[in-house]
Structure formats: C-alpha cells, structure tokens
Ligand binder design. Structure first.
Ligand SMILES: [Zn+2]
Length: 84
C-alpha cells in the first residue's frame, strides 16, 4: 500500500520545499508571502495554520513542509483554511 501512496503523491506534482518566512517560538514554520503549508503525501494544501497543520506539527513535524503557491500542483486547498 505504501507504493500506492507514493504514486498518488507523485500524481499531485513534485513537492518543492522552501524556507519558511520565519519561525515561531516553538520552532514552528511561519508562512512567508506566497507560501502555503503542505504535507508529504497530503492531497491538500493550507493557506493558514489550521487544525490539520497543527495536528501534523504535533504528531509528525518532519512531514510538514512549506511550498510556494505556484508549485501546489493538483493539491486542493483545505476546507478548514480561510480562503482569502
Ligand atoms: Zn488547512
């Protein structure tokens, strides 16, 4: 099943991590201009620090990435995030 997950993730488009705009007191990445949160195999991206992002940070901080909005590929915006 892991191979399938990898294939699905690959179909979303390459994950191109960028340096965060800043870091919070706990080391949590903060969005810079034009950046969104993404996870390694997630099919969604996040425009804000939403519940999902918080959960990933708590449980699997190494799988939380920042990418530019232009490189989201076919990832969809998360429904919890406020769409501005
Ligand atoms: Zn979200």
């Amino acid at each position: 099943m892991r191979a399938e997950a990898r294939e699905r993730a690959a179909a979303l488009g390459p994950l191109l991590p960028v340096e965060p705009g800043g870091r919070g007191p706990d080391g949590s990445p903060q969005l810079g201009t034009g950046q969104v949160f993404a996870t390694k195999t997630g099919e969604t991206f996040h425009r804000a620090w939403c519940e999902t992002v918080g959960q990933v940070w708590d449980q699997r901080p190494k799988s939380l990435f920042l990418i530019t909005e232009g490189s989201v590929g076919s990832r969809r915006p998360c429904k919890q995030c406020t769409v501005v």
